[in-house]
Design a protein around this ligand. Structure first.
Ligand code: TRP
Ligand code: SF4
Length: 400
């Protein structure tokens, strides 16, 4: 009943690079084949830090969607949309803001960190403080239970869980909850109902977590319950109210080991990137001019790969045989640095070739991209509205 659902978003910050590809997009491509996935452009989140210069947001949005498609995100498998085109996110954000304790927001580590890091910007705004709450709304509105994110975003998912719990605690206690829950148990059939009651008692009276797990599994198997009954029983099982909002789990994306052109982590702010669709000549030139082991001044000087940024790219792009060739050739001055770089250049170009090709289709006909997003926006709105109907009702806002 709580169908698996993956959701993740990215701020439109400009052309994506190979670090994004190895760190995030490849993971999304894998997930889209396994689960229903929603991927969206967090353009409102971009506003929180660049409210003074908004003119690039729209172009960045379209460029980023093309990068996603180029990387292999498939609109036939995943739903792609733009946050600002699903205004229900803003409604949920507002409603959640009523119950979000200021202290929780102030304690989210990114709040102070980012203010210090972006000291040239005035981030003492209401919107910036609310960044994690908007993210919580993004996640909760789709009842997404899996949120692939990097380590820095884990506190935001944890915050989302706390907000969901608080919401369910405050608004999950509808009138007649007990009676409704008991009636729902009966619908499970007498044998399963008895087992469910037993497991619930074992959990509530003895704190038996195995019993809790077994009871949840029982609910998940139960096909004949309405969504409302399912939410009731999930809550009732734990001695709480209806679980209207689903607590998500972070799917921690392993930190990308993608090195940049200077050996530091690839990052736009270090100016050491290769973008996803960078043209082949520029890519070759960038790698040919990469710094190498500073001890190799002359071609005849032996070097050590451990002191060379190119070696880190060999780790990503070359097989063991090639790496052995590098180790031997470098330490014996048997190969030159340009020769050594060639397999890396070839591998990067080979990786990019299908991306450039896929992107070309969309660059030739931008209406294709618009249509993909229009379709995704619509699907997202439909899902968002299902949740919002329940949220409004639970909060006493269903007056029609
Ligand atoms: N804050 C995320 C980032 O900077 C982007 C984001 C916005 C997001 N809303 C989200 C990620 C919801 C996952 C789920 O990377
Ligand atoms: Fe680096 Fe290769 Fe030159 Fe050695 S031969 S210093 S590993 S580029």
């Amino acid at each position: 009943m709580y169908e698996p659902r993956v959701l993740s978003g990215m701020r439109p910050t400009g052309a994506l690079h190979l670090g994004h590809y190895h760190g995030v997009l490849r993971n999304w491509v894998r997930l889209q084949a396994e689960y229903p996935c929603l991927f969206f452009v967090a353009d409102w989140h971009a506003l929180t830090t660049s409210y003074e210069a908004t003119q690039a947001i729209e172009k960045n949005t379209w460029d980023m969607v093309i990068d996603w498609l180029a990387a292999g995100i498939d609109p036939a498998q995943a739903t792609l949309f733009v946050q600002s085109q699903v205004p229900e996110h803003a409604e949920l954000h507002l409603l959640l803001s009523m119950i979000a304790p200021l202290g929780w927001l102030e304690r989210v580590p990114t709040y102070k960190d980012q203010q210090e890091k972006l000291a040239d910007k005035d981030l003492a705004t209401y919107g910036f403080l609310g960044y994690p709450l908007l993210q919580a709304a993004d996640i909760l509105i789709y009842r997404a239970n899996m949120v692939p994110v990097g380590e820095d975003q884990v506190p935001h998912v944890e915050f989302t869980r706390e907000i969901a719990r608080r919401f369910n605690h405050l608004y999950g206690r509808e009138p007649g909850f007990e009676d409704k829950a008991r009636a729902a148990v009966k619908k499970m059939g007498s044998k399963r109902a008895r087992l469910f009651d037993e497991l619930r008692t074992r959990f509530l009276e003895q704190g038996d977590h195995e019993a809790l797990g077994a009871a949840r599994a029982l609910l998940d198997e139960q096909q004949n319950l309405s969504r409302g009954d399912h939410e009731r029983l999930f809550g009732w099982l734990e001695g709480s109210g209806k679980k209207i909002l689903v607590e998500p789990e972070a799917l921690l994306t392993a930190a990308s080991r993608m090195p940049g052109l200077d050996g530091q982590k690839m990052s736009k702010s270090y100016g050491n990137t290769v973008t996803l669709r960078e043209d082949a000549d520029t890519v070759s030139k960038k790698i040919r001019t990469m710094p190498t082991d500073p001890a190799r001044v002359k071609r005849t000087d032996p070097g050590s790969p451990e002191h060379c940024p190119v070696w880190q790219l060999h780790q990503v792009y070359c097989d063991e045989a090639k790496r052995e060739w590098v180790r031997t050739g470098c330490t014996s001055a048997g190969i030159g640095c340009l020769e050594c770089k060639q397999p890396v250049i070839d591998a990067v170009l080979a990786e990019q070739a299908p991306m450039r090709e896929r992107a070309q289709t969309y660059l030739d006909d931008p209406t294709l991209v618009r249509a993909i997003i229009a379709d995704g926006n619509e699907k997202a709105r439909k899902l968002a509205n299902e949740t919002m109907r329940e949220v409004r009702e639970a909060m006493g806002l269903a007056a029609t």
